[in-house]
Write a protein of this length. Structure first.
Length: 750
C-alpha cells in the first residue's frame, strides 16, 4: 500500500507517525524493548501530546532477529499466526553511548541512539544486510476511512534483487513490483496467486518473513525505489530478519523456523494421469486410459479421479456417483492389482444438496456469520458452506469422511481450492480474526488431510496434491501450480511461479502437463512432457479434454515413454535429493541463483533451474526447438546427447523432441538405477555411479537411499592425476562405475 505522494509528501488523507529517534530501552529477559517517539525530544515539553512506537527485538533461534513494531499495545491482536518453531539461541545485548547492539548468532541489530537519528542496521558479522531508518518505520492513519496501518521499509542495495513472496506468475525478480498477500483463484496469467507467502529472499543471502496472515502489502522498489516497504492493517507489525549466509542457507533457516517438508513416498514421484475436469468418464473410460498406457509401454503409477467422481451439485459428499461407478471398491482393487495408486479430488466446501450439509450445519461444523447463520454461496456449488477447521470436532468429522475413502482403497487426495474464504461478518469457532483466516484457512485444511494420511497410511506414505498455501504449507507436500493454459507463455509463467515458491522452502512442486485450459497442440504437449517429467512431481491433467498422449500424435507417446523411463532411472539421485529437502529444507527444484550465489549471470534466470544439486534443466519454450540457456563455470555433460558443454557462458541450441539441455554438474557422482518402469524400487541394487567431468584434485560424495530415506550406499570419489579413486560403504556388491564425457581416467575402487 502506498502512503506517499512522491518521496517527501504524504497523501492528503494519511497522517503518519514515524519513529524519529531513540528515547529509551529496557531489557526483558533476552528481549530488548526500544521506545521511539515521533519527533525529536529537545526538552521535557516535547514529551507531551506525542505519539511513540514501541519496538521489541527478540530471537526465536540463532541468526534470526524478530522485530515487533507496536503503536497501541492494548489493542486486540488476534490470530491465527503462523506456527513458529523456537530454539534456544545465544543472545547478547551490548550498549555504548551511541549504539545498542542486539546479537543472535552472527547476526546483529545495531540501534542508533543518537538524537534525531533513528535507525536499526542489520548486519551479518561486519556486512550490512539491510536497515530501517528515516521515514521508514511508521504508524499510518487514513483520516478518510479510519483505517490504521503499521509499516516498515528496509533498504535495498544497489545491486540487490528481491525474490519470492510465494507462488508468483509475474517476473521472477520482484524489484519494481507491488505484491499483495491475498490467496485467490486467478489462474496463472495474473498477478494474483493461490499461494501467498509473506517471505522474500535476496541475492545478498538474507530473507525477511512478515509474521502476519492478513493482506500484507509490499512495495518492492516501487513507492520508494531504494527500499522494500511492507504494511499491514492494525496497531502492530512483526517481521523476522533471517540470515542464513547464502540464499540456500536462508531458505534452510526459514524452513527450520516454519517447518521442513515431509518426505513424500517414492511412488508419488512417478507419472500421474487424471480423468481431467469436465470430461465424461466412467470405469470403462478410465480403464481404457490405463490399458492404453500399458499397450504403448508407457509406465503409469498414479491414477487420479477429478471432481466428477462425485455427483454434480453434491461436492463434496465423498460418495462415488453410483450411476458412473457402481462398484468403486472393486474398481480400486482392480487398479491396485495393476500396480497403481489412487488419488481422488476433494475440497473443503460442502454443497447444500450434499447429505453432509445438513449434518455439518446441525453439529456446528460449518463456518457461520456473526448473526449465527451458516455462511453460504452459490459460487462453485449451489448453496455451499465451508468446513470450520478451527473447530477440532469439525476437523475430525471431515477426516472421518475421508477415512472411509482410504478404507475403500484411495491412497491420497488432491486438496483443491481453499482460497475463496469469506471475511465479512464471519465468526469462527475459535474466535480467529476473519481477515487473517482468509489465507490461513488453507493451512488448517491441508494439515487436517495430511495428518489423516499419516495416521492411516503411516509416516512417509502421506502425499497431497494441493493448490493453495500459506506460511508453513511446505510441510504438507506436494503442491501444483494451478490453472495454466496450453501455451508456451503459460508454461514459462508456470515455471516462474514454481521457482518463486521454491524460495519459501516448498520442496515438492508440480503443474498440469500441457496446460489445464484449452487443448495444446502436439508440439506443446511434447515439450511440456519433457519439463513435467523433470519436475519433482509429474501429472497429466486438463479441463475439457483428456491428456493421454495418443490423442496428440504417435511421437507424443514416444516422448512421454522416454521421459517417464528417464525419471524412473534417475530415482536413486532424485530420492536422495527429496530426502535432503525433507532434512535440510532445500527445495528439489531451485532457482539458479540459489545454487550459484556468486555467479551474477544466474541472478535473473527464470527459464532454467537446478533439479537437486547436480542436474541443470532448461526446458524448450519454442516450437522451433530453440533454447538459450546459461551454464555456470566448469565442464558439464548433457546426459541426453552425450556432449560436453563448456560453462561460464550462454548457449543457443536447437533440440528435437527427444532431447533438451539436461546437464550433469562437474565433479558429480550421479546415481542411476536399473529400473525404468517404476519410481519405487531397490535403488542400491545394480545402481550405476556416473562420474562427471572430474578435475584433478576434485572430490565428490553421493548417497543412495532406501525407500525410507535411510542410507543404503555411501560413495566418495577423488581424482588424483589420471586416477579416479572411488570409495564405497554399504551395499556395493552390484555397483557399476562409469566415467562420463570419455575422460581417459583409470578407475580404482578403493
Amino acid at each position: 500500500m502506498k502512503f506517499t505522494d512522491g518521496y517527501w509528501n504524504m497523501k492528503k488523507e494519511i497522517t503518519p507517525l514515524y519513529a524519529v529517534e531513540y528515547a529509551d530501552s529496557r531489557r526483558e529477559g533476552d528481549d530488548l524493548v526500544l521506545y521511539a517517539p515521533g519527533k525529536h525530544i529537545s526538552h521535557r515539553g516535547d514529551c507531551l501530546n506525542q505519539g511513540m512506537l514501541t519496538i521489541r527485538l527478540s530471537s526465536p533461534m540463532e541468526d534470526v532477529v524478530k522485530v515487533s513494531v507496536i503503536h497501541f499495545q492494548g489493542s486486540a491482536y488476534s490470530g491465527p499466526f503462523a506456527e513458529i518453531i523456537k530454539a534456544s539461541p545465544h543472545v547478547t545485548i551490548e550498549e555504548s553511548e551511541e549504539f545498542l547492539i542486539y546479537q543472535s548468532g552472527s547476526t546483529r541489530a545495531v540501534v542508533d541512539k543518537r538524537a534525531d537519528s533513528w535507525g536499526i542496521r542489520f548486519l551479518s558479522g561486519e556486512q550490512e544486510l539491510t536497515n530501517t531508518g528515516f521515514r521508514n518505520m511508521a504508524y499510518m492513519l487514513n483520516n478518510q476511512t479510519g483505517n490504521k496501518y503499521t509499516v516498515d521499509a528496509l533498504a535495498i542495495d544497489i545491486d540487490e534483487y528481491i525474490y519470492g513472496f510465494g507462488e508468483r506468475f509475474t517476473p521472477f525478480v520482484k524489484n519494481g513490483q507491488v505484491v499483495e498477500m491475498w490467496n485467490e483463484d486467478g489462474g496463472t496469467a495474473s498477478e494474483i496467486s493461490y499461494k501467498n507467502i509473506p517471505f522474500y529472499i535476496t541475492n545478498k543471502g538474507y530473507g525477511v518473513l512478515v509474521d502476519n496472515e492478513s493482506d500484507v502489502s509490499y512495495e518492492i522498489a516501487s513507492e520508494k525505489v531504494e527500499r522494500i516497504q511492507f504494511s499491514a492493517e492494525g496497531e502492530r507489525l512483526d517481521y523476522y530478519v533471517i540470515n542464513g549466509g547464502t540464499p540456500k542457507g536462508t531458505i534452510q533457516k526459514y524452513t527450520e523456523l516454519t517447518g521442513k517438508p515431509a518426505l513424500p513416498p517414492a511412488w508419488s514421484f512417478g507419472l500421474w494421469l487424471t480423468t481431467s475436469f469436465t470430461t465424461n468418464y466412467d470405469e470403462e473410460t478410465t480403464g481404457s486410459f490405463i490399458q492404453g498406457m500399458e499397450d504403448r509401454d508407457i509406465p503409469l503409477h498414479v491414477f487420479h479421479f477429478d471432481c466428477y467422481w462425485m455427483e454434480a451439485f453434491e461436492w463434496c459428499n465423498f460418495t462415488w456417483d453410483p450411476k458412473t461407478f457402481p462398484d468403486p471398491k472393486g474398481m480400486l482393487k482392480r487398479y491396485h492389482d495393476r500396480g497403481l495408486k489412487i488419488c481422488v479430488w476433494i475440497n473443503p466446501y460442502i454443497a447444500q444438496k450434499s447429505p453432509l450439509f445438513k449434518e455439518g450445519m446441525e453439529k456446528g461444523y460449518l463456518i457461520r456469520k456473526t448473526n449465527g447463520d451458516v455462511w453460504q454461496t452459490d459460487m462453485w456449488q449451489a448453496g455451499m458452506g465451508l468446513v470450520d477447521f478451527t473447530n477440532p470436532d469439525a476437523a475430525a468429522w471431515y477426516q472421518e469422511k475421508l477415512k472411509m475413502l482410504l478404507d475403500m482403497g484411495v491412497d491420497c487426495f488432491k486438496t483443491d481450492f481453499g482460497e475463496r474464504i469469506p471475511v465479512k461478518d464471519i465468526a469462527y469457532f475459535d474466535g480467529s480474526d476473519a481477515v487473517k483466516m482468509h489465507n490461513y484457512y488453507t493451512y488448517l485444511y491441508n494439515r487436517a488431510v495430511f495428518e489423516l494420511l499419516e495416521q492411516e497410511r503411516g509416516e512417509g506414505e502421506a502425499v497431497l496434491f494441493a493448490r493453495s498455501a500459506t506460511v508453513g504449507g511446505q510441510k504438507f507436500p506436494a503442491h501444483w501450480g494451478g490453472d495454466c493454459s496450453a501455451s508456451y507463455p503459460s508454461m514459462a509463467e508456470t515455471l516462474r511461479s514454481g521457482l518463486s515458491l521454491a524460495c519459501a522452502g516448498f520442496g515438492f512442486w508440480s503443474h498440469d502437463i500441457s496446460g489445464f485450459e484449452n487443448t495444446a497442440p502436439a508440439d506443446i504437449y511434447k515439450r511440456w512432457c519433457q519439463f513435467g517429467l523433470l519436475s519433482s512431481h509429474s501429472r497429466l491433467h486438463g479441463s475439457t479434454s483428456y491428456r493421454v498422449p495418443w490423442l496428440f500424435d504417435d511421437v507424443a507417446c514416444d516422448i512421454l515413454r522416454k521421459f517417464v523411463r528417464l525419471k524412473c532411472s534417475l530415482m536413486p539421485y532424485l530420492y536422495r535429493q527429496a530426502v535432503l529437502s525433507h532434512e535440510e529444507g532445500t527445495p528439489m527444484m531451485r532457482p539458479m541463483f540459489v545454487e550459484f550465489p556468486g555467479d551474477r549471470a544466474c541472478e535473473t534466470l527464470d527459464r532454467q533451474y537446478m533439479l537437486g544439486d547436480s542436474l541443470l534443466v532448461a526446458p524448450v519454450f519454442k516450437e522451433s526447438g530453440e533454447v538459450e540457456y546459461y551454464v555456470p563455470e566448469g565442464e558439464w555433460f548433457n546426459i541426453l546427447t552425450g556432449k560436453i558443454v563448456k560453462g561460464g557462458s550462454w548457449h543457443k541450441e536447437t533440440y528435437d523432441y527427444f532431447n533438451m539441455p539436461l546437464l550433469v554438474r562437474p565433479n558429480t557422482i550421479l546415481a542411476v538405477g536399473n529400473n525404468m518402469e517404476r519410481p519405487d524400487y531397490d535403488y542400491a541394487e545394480g545402481v550405476t555411479l556416473y562420474l562427471s567431468c572430474f578435475e584433478d584434485g576434485e572430490k565428490a560424495e553421493a548417497c543412495v537411499t532406501d525407500l525410507t530415506g535411510g542410507t543404503a550406499l555411501a560413495v566418495k570419489a577423488v581424482r588424483e592425476g589420471n586416477t579416479l579413486k572411488v570409495y564405497t560403504e554399504g551395499r556395493d556388491e552390484n555397483v557399476k562405475i562409469q566415467v562420463l564425457a570419455n575422460q581417459k581416467l583409470e578407475i580404482v575402487k578403493a
